[in-house]
Design a protein around this ligand. Structure first.
Ligand code: TRP
Ligand code: ZN
Length: 884
């Protein structure tokens, strides 16, 4: 077994840079096989550093020349080891000129400068700039950039970089140039350039101050019919940030560019956001309602980074959640405000909490668990996680829950007042929230330093004579790697009490004069009891309203209590939550029964009655009813089990869905008919909610797998005027024995052959279909449209199977794991970031039955034993295999 691993980097080892960079001038001669990069920077010694050298990072660069204050340096004048270039000096002011040669066409990692479909793009976060030139590539070094791009006029008619276009012109020799200047200083990770054959949709928009800004969405020719929604989302984002936080766009020009080869969702480069096509391109023919919502969220997210991330950035990468947690929180609030209604906001909240439970809770309970502000990492790219993003957003949300919306805004104002133009730490954000509100949030720091999902156990007691009600909250947090013992967290627990008619009771808590119907209890000790007075009858408690903290809440509700909350709670989130608790209970019981060969699975009338009531309650928005009728995901059930049994979970969930389909057949048919959206397609919340509910009904009816269901799905497929309905129908057919199944899949392919994002859906749908085993995936990999080099395509097939088809992936013979190992190794040679993400699929191997565990361990070991492995993938498999 190989033991050589790259060294970990520790937060406690932070030292300030030896030199600050004031200005950077760059010249690019663009050529796919040999791009020449000439950089001139001015540096100033940092008196806070003891180091007597300029320290620059560089990777995969051909160094042509270095000049210091105009003098060529010889090899003996500097040291170049392991990607670090050290130039000994004590000078106060320095001009450094560096020339490098790079090969964008050979860059399959998609970090640094690379070529996608003949065009040039960059991705510099987190440490990609060092693949372009030698530079102090760390976020606390902020400089002002001027960029000259030169290239062939025909091949690269469009030349873009950050900031303002200063000048452009002809070079005479078939080439042309463009000179860009970014007026704001920025860290190197926000640098960007784009060059190639692109076209744009543009408009000017008036900002709050009256200034006009030019907005552009750049895409490949042929995609201009898919940019309107991204543009609308950008305009909405700009005005939302003005309204909600008083933050105005600080540039005269703001560009979004879409690229088909991209490692993540999108990137907030100053003034030149670069996006995965998946989060830009949409029209009714190719994009689903979910795609429309995602585009709005990601466009918002990147735009909001302009203040939270770019104007105020991170001191070091351990502070990543400072910008990501805050910006996810902001995009969540933006999306909620765009829906506008209370019920719509609840649905958005439910969606966000689902992501947290399906992905972040498992991460927090596994070998890669880390605090929102980690203490160490081997490869920073592995820490763009659901913990940093989604749990980070929950941590930010808790400030708002504790301080109120106005208090939170005051904290934001103070944060910008103190730190604009600087690179700071998570602690600085917390300090701004504290100081702006005169609140002590010292203990709140533990949300940043301690990993793991806290559990809050609730007990209650009612005294009818004294009319008092006591709520006792007790917290604990399981150990995580490197953190055996945890200190108590500061947890806001929002609660309400329901009377026998389901109405909110006014809450009288000792020490509070007003009588609200929702109160935020602050749990700071290991255990605390809250005494309520004037409680005239035994209440049913509504706990953790709107999911006020990222915790698991245990309370011994009776089934009757849950059904009651489902029907009456004024907190929409908790109405949904009660249904999920009830369904989880049933699913766990069914899973246990499925594990015993001789115990038959039985139907539950009570659950089905409660679900029927919600399904038919026309006072509730369709979108909300859809969330209630959606059973907890297999991964959520898995998290509740001591030993995960993917087959039994799958059997149980399918059984429950089929029983509900039989029980509620009439209701589903009625709901299906009542929620048609006639007329032209619109992605607005009301229409998409109707489609969601209608297509949920279709998916239940499809469980019956009878001629009626087949006919219904086929008819919807044939008449669909939008991708949401078409995909829903295709999914119903693909998971059935419908005679038209193969023909529908083939027709879908030929109809959308020219649309890569739709072909991704085609692969993904099949990867997750019930009948798809490893052999079927391998056959799909031989399809001419498959390519492992394109991250979206690799994700659509390989990731969808490994992460989205648990009962097939965890086949008893271990074939899924062998396939996984093969693909991780193949991907690692092409794109380490994407490979390391796939490597995460087995990190919870210790939670499975011994027979599966052994096969998973062997697959992990096979990857770990691979001689040439990136540090990205090695960190993930190393941590997965490490003794816990
Ligand atoms: N900062 C980006 C965001 O908005 C994340 C990101 C985009 C990224 N591309 C990346 C991170 C490549 C690492 C590598 O969330
Ligand atoms: Zn981000």
């Amino acid at each position: 077994m190989r033991t050589d691993t790259s060294p970990a980097i520790y937060r406690k080892d932070y030292t300030p840079p030896s030199y600050w960079v004031r200005t950077v001038e760059m010249g690019f001669d663009l050529d796919p096989s040999a791009t020449r990069v000439a950089t001139r920077m001015t540096l100033a010694r940092n008196p806070a550093s003891a180091e007597q050298a300029i320290v620059l990072h560089g990777e995969e660069l051909e160094l042509v020349q270095i000049r210091l204050n105009g003098k060529n340096l010889a090899k003996r004048d500097y040291k170049l080891v392991d990607g670090l270039l050290r130039i000994p000096t004590k000078a106060e002011e320095i001009t450094l000129e560096i020339e490098t040669l790079i090969r964008p066409d050979k860059n399959t990692s998609l970090m640094g400068l690379y070529v996608s479909n003949g065009n040039f793009f960059t991705q510099c976060e987190a440490e990609g700039f060092r693949k372009i030139t030698y530079f102090p590539d760390r976020p606390d070094v902020m400089a002002q950039y001027t960029v000259m791009l030169r290239g062939d006029k025909k091949k690269y008619p469009v030349l873009l970089s950050n900031g303002n276009l200063i000048e452009q012109g002809d070079l005479g020799d078939g080439r042309h140039y463009a000179l860009w200047e970014d007026p704001f200083k920025k860290p190197s990770y926000l640098f960007a350039l784009v060059a190639g054959q692109l076209v744009c949709q543009e408009q000017t928009e008036k900002l709050k101050s009256g200034r006009e800004a030019l907005l552009q969405v750049w895409v490949e020719e042929g995609n201009l019919d898919k940019t309107q929604h991204a543009m609308d989302s950008l305009v909405n984002s700009i005005h939302w940030d003005e309204e909600r936080y008083g933050l105005e766009l600080d540039l005269d020009r703001f560009m979004i560019v879409a690229v088909g080869d991209f490692n993540m969702g999108a990137m907030e480069n100053k003034g030149l956001n670069i996006f995965n096509t998946k989060f830009v391109l949409a029209n009714p023919r190719i994009a689903t309602d979910t795609d429309y919502a995602n585009i709005e969220a990601v466009v918002g997210h990147e735009y909001f980074h302009n203040w939270t991330g770019n104007r105020v950035t991170c001191r070091d990468w351990f502070q990543l959640s400072l910008k990501e947690g805050l910006t996810v929180f902001r995009d969540q609030e933006f999306s909620a405000d765009m829906i506008g209604t209370d019920s719509g906001r609840a649905v958005k909240r439910i969606d966000d909490v689902r992501v947290l439970r399906q992905a972040q809770f498992p991460e927090d309970a596994g070998p890669m668990a880390h605090p929102v502000r980690p203490d160490s990492f081997v490869e920073i790219s592995n820490f763009y996680t659901v913990t940093i993003y989604e749990k980070g957003a929950e941590v930010v949300r808790m400030y708002q829950t504790l301080l109120g919306r106005d208090g939170f805004c005051k904290g934001m104002d103070l944060y910008f007042e103190r730190h604009d133009g600087r690179a700071v730490e998570c602690d600085d954000f917390r300090a701004a929230m504290m100081d702006a509100n005169g609140r002590d949030l010292t203990q709140f720091e533990r949300w940043y330093s301690q990993a793991g999902t806290p559990r809050v156990k609730v007990t209650t007691s009612y005294d009818a004579d004294k009319q008092t009600y006591d709520i006792t909250l007790a917290q604990s947090c399981p150990p995580t790697p490197g953190q055996a013992k945890k200190q108590p967290f500061h947890i806001p627990v929002a609660i309400g009490l329901l009377d026998g008619k389901g109405r909110d009771m006014p809450l009288s808590l000792k020490g509070h004069s007003d009588q609200p119907t929702t109160l935020v209890l602050e749990l700071t000790a290991t255990q605390q009891t809250f005494h309520f007075t004037n409680v005239t009858e035994q209440p049913v408690p509504s706990l953790l309203r709107n999911f006020s903290a990222p915790v698991v809440l245990d309370y011994d509700y009776s089934d009757a209590d849950l059904a009651f909350l489902m029907a009456h709670d004024s907190d929409a989130f908790n109405r949904w939550e009660a249904g999920q608790r009830l369904a989880t209970r049933r699913l766990l019981a069914l899973t246990e029964a499925a594990q015993q060969a001789d115990s038959p699975l039985s139907v539950d009338v009570a659950l089905s009655a409660s679900l029927r009531a919600s399904l038919n309650d026309v006072a509730l928005d369709p979108a909300f009813r859809e969330t209630v009728l959606t059973l907890p995901a297999e991964t959520v059930i898995a998290e509740q089990m001591e030993v995960i049994d993917p087959q039994a979970i799958h059997t149980a969930r399918r059984f429950l869905r089929l029983s509900l389909a039989k029980d509620l057949r009439q209701d589903f048919s009625r709901v299906y008919a009542a929620n048609q959206t006639d007329g032209p397609y619109s992605p607005d919340a009301a229409s998409s909610g109707k489609r969601a509910l209608k297509n949920l009904a279709l998916s239940y009816l499809a469980e019956l797998d009878d001629a009626d269901a087949h006919t219904l799905a086929q008819a919807q497929y044939d008449s669909a005027n939008n991708m949401t309905d078409r995909m829903a129908a295709l999914a119903a057919l693909a998971n059935s024995q419908a005679p038209g199944r193969a023909a529908a899949l083939a027709k879908f392919y030929s109809d959308f052959e020219q649309e890569p994002l739709v072909i991704d859906k085609w692969f993904s749908l099949q990867a997750m279909a019930r009948t798809t085993d490893v052999a079927a995936v391998q056959t799909l990999m031989k399809h001419p449209a498959f390519s492992i080099k394109n991250p979206n395509r690799a994700r659509s097939l390989i990731f969808s199977f490994c992460n989205g088809n648990p009962s097939r992936f965890h086949a008893a013979d271990g074939s899924g794991y062998a396939f996984w190992a093969e693909q991780v190794i193949a991907l690692d040679a092409i794109n380490p970031q994407v490979a390391a993400r796939l490597a995460r699929s087995l990190d919870r191997w210790r939670k499975y039955a011994p027979a599966l565990q052994e096969k998973m361990r062997a697959a992990l070991q096979q990857v770990a034993d691979t001689a040439k492995l990136s540090k990205d993938t090695r960190e993930v498999v190393g941590k997965s295999l490490a003794a816990n």
